[in-house]
Design a protein around this ligand. Structure first.
Ligand code: S3P
Length: 442
């Protein structure tokens, strides 16, 4: 049987001093790392990955494929992995339920990938993942012919029945979600005919780019993406760029602390992920992005950030899905800005690893900032961050956002429930201290 791996609760203590300097490389991109394992496992031949994120979420995806009979060597020295792909029809039935920890991306993408297998699979998660909505993938997958059981509330565990015959369909996305889009595209690889997804709002397109990299034909025209079932993926080499979502904490940290000047190396700047840079620049941030090439179909750049005077803004709605994971960090920038920042159209933030609007609002209030949470966003009145105790509620991104707030705070900040930082950013404390954040474990 599976057991939930409970990391010991970690508390961060951040002293109110310091600024960020130096040249840093944050760990590999989480979204790209998940997809590299999935497509590498389903490919014919060997896939070599460099720069894989060794976080708990992506390791959960990796372990899932080992349980399905895929030989995966590594990760070794900084994220080198070699996957012996088994082909689209080569996965074997797992003997026990697959535990995916905190990882919503693993569960939603794998639901699509497993819907067309010959065998049954049960997917389970930790307490946070067990509360997250899965109907957004299960409903359209059911329309394609899948049979997936959830709890009555539509939450995990997911029991995915094997031996179903999937058929392609046209699906107009009711929400902006790369996880849903990717889940359906992966199911589409096993479906008869064409699976066509129409997005009303653009979301990260790593799955589309990587399918092309693995030699699988897809058709893209405007907001529509389609795949035909029955093709083949071919093993390839993938270099994973540094994760812009992890870089965001250092970008904001540098902006809010006088004297900061940092260079972030080899960061993925896929245009479906760079909303954070656009938003911060609109707030007055001095951020230079020097594109250095394309790796594995993804553009990368060196990003230089200097401390800047920030101003509150109304965040344009069209940037929300392009910055969806960076709002905890952006809220810290807003707390340090002059004037008011208003976010709307971001109700998805309430169903991430935590209710990020409430968790960040409570924490910012505890740190002396005037904040009004709304059903689909937040209003933040910039001011002086004081010190105090806040709770990240087990949300890795909220924990790191509160940690970097220490760079602009008057007194010590204590952040509780930070163990999940390891889901996306192993080594955060080491890298942040080396750059100048006065952070320690309690
Ligand atoms: C992800 C998509 C986003 C994001 C998540 C990773 C992905 O979720 O928040 O951290 O890798 O596809 P949604 O697509 O549900 O917005």
């Amino acid at each position: 049987m599976y057991t939930e791996i409970l990391s010991s609760p970690a508390t961060f203590v951040i002293e109110p001093r310091g600024f960020l300097t130096g040249q840093l490389r944050v760990p590999g991109d989480k979204s790209i790392s998940h997809r590299a394992i999935m497509l590498g496992a389903l490919a014919e031949g060997i896939t070599y990955i460099k720069g894989f994120l060794e976080g708990e979420d992506t390791l959960a995806t990796l372990e899932a494929f080992r349980m399905l009979g895929v030989t995966i060597q590594g990760p070794e020295k900084g994220g080198d992995i070699r996957i012996h792909g088994v082909g689209l029809q080569g996965l074997q039935a797992p003997r026990v339920p697959i535990y995916l920890g905190n990882s919503g991306t693993s569960m939603r993408l794998l639901a699509g990938l497993f819907a067309g297998q010959a065998f049954n699979v049960e997917l389970v998660g930790d307490t946070s993942l067990s509360r997250r909505p899965m109907r957004r993938v299960c409903d359209p997958l059911t329309q394609m012919g899948a049979f997936i059981e959830t709890t009555y509330q539509g939450t995990p565990p997911l029991f995915i029945h094997g031996g179903r015959f999937l058929h392609g369909m046209e699906y107009i996305m009711p929400i902006a979600s790369a996880q849903v889009k990717s889940s359906l595209l992966l199911a589409g690889l096993y479906a008869t005919g064409e699976t066509r997804i129409i997005e009303s709002t653009p979301t990260r397109d790593h799955t589309e780019r990587m399918l092309i990299g693995f030699g699988y034909p897809i058709e893209q025209s405007g907001a529509s993406i389609s795949v035909q079932g029955g093709g083949k993926l071919y093993g390839t080499a993938i270099e994973v760029p540094a994760d812009i979502s992890s870089a965001a904490f250092f970008i904001v940290g540098a902006l809010i602390s006088t004297g900061s000047d940092i260079l972030l190396e080899h960061v993925g700047i896929n245009p479906t992920r760079t909303g954070v840079i656009d938003i911060l620049r609109r707030m007055g941030a001095e951020i230079e992005v020097e594109e250095s090439g394309i790796v594995g179909g993804e553009p990368v750049a060196a990003i230089r950030v200097k401390a800047s005077k920030l101003y509150g803004i109304e965040i344009p709605k069209e940037l929300v899905s392009l910055a969806i994971d960076e709002f905890p960090a952006i809220f810290i920038a807003a707390a340090c800005a002059e004037g008011q920042t208003t976010l709307t159209g971001a109700e998805e933030l309430r169903i991430k690893e935590s209710d990020r609007i409430q968790v960040m609002a409570d924490g910012l209030q505890a740190l002396g900032i005037s904040v009004k949470p709304t059903p689909d966003g937040i209003i933040i009145q910039g001011g002086q961050l004081q010190g105090g105790e806040v709770n990240s509620h087990g949300d890795h991104r909220c924990a790191m956002a509160f940690a970097i707030a220490g760079l602009a705070a008057k007194n010590t900040i204590i952040v509780h429930d930070c163990a999940n930082v390891a889901t996306s950013f192993p080594g955060f404390i080491g890298l942040a201290s080396a750059a100048g954040l006065a952070i320690n474990h309690a």
